[in-house]
Design a protein. Structure first.
Length: 400
């Protein structure tokens, strides 16, 4: 019975990722009177809400269990999406984003932990890889299908059409919450592995100070998170160049589909170019594409570049992750990775605010700045000089 948890999580993940208006959400918010700065600020509020809610939701999850943490998270997310239908001002939308971010925080770590403890101990590591692969594929499939269907639903970009797309989005996430109710809590005792942010900061900073290669890798990981504003700014940029509505949704759908393959087969880039050249290419390509996007004109060239950026962004993730873990001691790995993720999240939130402020003047300027920041990060942290081998004293521990 417990092993069916995996198939249930696959199903709920698919429905939770059906966002029928996300591809054009910035156009909806602008039509409701928000500026592009305020639209990007909403993304920052979601990120900051996740950051601030991590510890309290972890404490609650310890008390009520992972199943109910997932259920509550999905209900918060769905309700936040539904309330977007009634928002008329920035403060109202901001409150809804806090609710959505809190929902994400409730789900953070709970699903993965529940799946892991569901699996039999024998061969658990291999089974976990297959399970998470299936869950990730289901999420990507939802993210590919929903923008295409959403483009048909909001073809005229009218408020009535957006209302239908919002209701369908909220309904699909509520349905995911119903599937979550069928999950079985594994009997294994569990505690949230989320330490207090101050503990993360102290332990992680100590590890970072002791490793120059890790500082470089972390710096690149953090600063390349600056490109998160694309999903908010690509739709109005396409509209400004008279792109058909279907093209807006297709850019996110095809980009997500491309990202699935680039992340899965990133290792082949190193096989083709060599380890160091492959890493440099993976970290440099998004910045170059952003610069091209800044100077591109015409709906279809912009569409192609947006798809390529969505696909190129995740290319570095598995490569950076492997080298990053090789420079972190086993006992501090979770702490250091949490710190890096927290800093990347904060930088992404700051970047969204900067992008939003500039976007009210010029969206191409935002894309150019994004490309410059990314390329400067690659150069400043000398990606071409990062030691690719793990520290000798860490190698015996990195097989875990």
């Amino acid at each position: 019975m417990l092993r069916s948890n995996v198939s249930r999580v696959v199903l709920l993940t698919f429905f939770a990722r059906l966002h029928f208006y996300l591809h054009a959400s910035s156009l909806y918010f602008v039509a409701r009177g928000l500026s592009l700065f305020e639209v990007n600020a909403l993304d920052s509020i979601v990120l900051l809400s996740v950051f601030l809610a991590e510890v309290p939701t972890g404490i609650i999850a310890d008390r009520i269990g992972r199943k109910w943490s997932v259920v509550i998270g999905l209900l918060c997310h769905a309700t936040g999406e539904l309330l977007v239908l009634f928002g008329q001002s920035f403060p109202a939308f901001a409150a809804m984003c806090v609710l959505i971010g809190t929902g994400f925080a409730f789900q953070s770590g709970s699903i993965e932990s529940l799946v892991y403890d569901t699996l039999p101990e024998k061969g658990r590591e291999s089974a976990m890889k297959r399970a998470m692969g299936s869950i990730g594929s289901a999420g990507n499939l939802g993210f590919v299908i929903s923008p295409l269907l959403g483009s048909l639903i909001v073809a005229g970009l009218t408020q009535d059409q957006f209302a239908r797309a919002i209701v369908l989005t909220a309904g699909s996430i509520y349905l995911a919450a119903l599937f979550a109710l069928t999950l079985k809590e594994p009997p294994t005792p569990w505690e949230s592995a989320r330490p207090h942010p101050l503990s993360i900061l102290r332990g992680g900073l100590g590890e970072l100070r002791a490793s120059r290669p890790l500082q470089r890798i972390a710096g690149v990981t953090i600063f390349l998170a600056f490109g998160g504003a694309l999903i908010a700014l690509a739709p109005p940029h396409l509209v400004a160049h008279d792109a058909p509505t279907l093209l807006i949704g297709a850019s996110l759908a095809f980009g997500s589909l491309l990202a699935t393959f680039t992340q899965k087969y990133a290792y082949r880039l190193e096989s083709l170019l060599g380890r160091r050249a492959g890493l440099v290419a993976a970290t440099t390509l998004p910045g170059l594409l952003f610069l091209l996007l800044a100077w591109a004109s015409g709906a279809y060239p912009i569409f192609i570049l947006v798809v390529l950026i969505y696909g190129a962004g995740p290319l570095r993730v598995p490569l950076m992750s492997a080298y990053q873990n090789g420079h972190i001691s086993s006992g501090r790995r979770a702490t250091v990775l949490s710190l890096i993720n927290m800093l990347a999240m904060l930088w992404s939130a700051i970047g969204a605010l900067i992008a939003g402020a500039l976007a009210d003047y010029s969206i191409p300027l935002v894309f150019a700045l994004t490309g410059v920041v990314m390329l400067l990060a690659v150069a400043a942290f000398r990606v071409d000089k990062i030691p690719l081998e793990a520290k000798p004293d860490l190698q015996p521990q990195t097989a875990d």
